[in-house]
Design a protein around this ligand. Sequence first.
Ligand SMILES: CCCCCCCCCCCCCCCC(=O)SCCNC(=O)CCNC(=O)[C@H](O)C(C)(C)COP(=O)(O)OP(=O)(O)OC[C@H]1O[C@@H](n2cnc3c(N)ncnc32)[C@H](O)[C@@H]1OP(=O)(O)O
Length: 203
Amino acid sequence: MSLRHKVEAMTDQASAPEPENPGITDIPAEADLPGKPTSASRTTLSHIMTHSDTNLLGTVHGGVIMKLVDDAAGAVAGRHSGGPAVTASMDEMAFLEPVRVGDLVHVKAQVNWVGRTSMEVGVRVLAERWNESAPPTQVGSAYLVFAAVDADGKPRRVPPVLPETERDKRRFQEAQIRRTHRLARRRAITELRAQRAAEGFED
Ligand SMILES: CCCCCCCCCCCCCCCC(=O)SCCNC(=O)CCNC(=O)[C@H](O)C(C)(C)COP(=O)(O)OP(=O)(O)OC[C@H]1O[C@@H](n2cnc3c(N)ncnc32)[C@H](O)[C@@H]1OP(=O)(O)O
């Protein structure tokens, strides 16, 4: 599938009629998947940071945090979709405070939004000293898109997510904004590349 076709195949959640897409595992229209509440798959992954997690500066490596973020988000996506799901993208990974050896890190993840075969998972990273009773502080956040896949690695349908609280509803709406921006950015870049190629520029 060409990039242009892929971008155009990325549609918004369940609002538009389902386009033909032979790449997606076929589920009969009548077999509408029942929605799942946000809380059903919300997950927290906790991990104590040790010396093996540090970078050359002595603080915890960003890649260690990103691995935990991917793991927690993957568990949420797997739970929500009822099977395997793969990371399609990770964006807006923010590191707000350094994390240190001896910090107990909590990675909290939930499904913010779902499309046809993809899910946006929002993640908050909190840290607290392992031996103090002070409340944890937020040290990072990220948004990841996961695609649910079948045994052949092909995208498969995911159940709708049912936001429960006002915070869930706000996150759902914000995720739709990010989705729109992802699509617009990819489309603009694809069109720019096509235009440059048509004008004879070589990369
Ligand atoms: C009960 C069970 C419990 C299970 C409990 C399990 C617990 C377990 C815990 C551990 C969890 C570890 C989690 C690690 C997770 C990895 O580390 S996975 C490894 C890294 N990732 C990969 O290898 C993925 C490689 N990429 C691919 O396989 C394919 O590109 C993909 C992602 C399947 C997409 O395939 P495609 O042919 O491009 O399909 P396409 O129809 O165009 O796109 C499918 C959907 O993805 C979206 N999409 C595709 N690309 C992008 C992109 N770049 N950005 C945003 N969205 C995108 C599309 O918009 C579309 O969404 P919908 O409109 O259908 O909603």
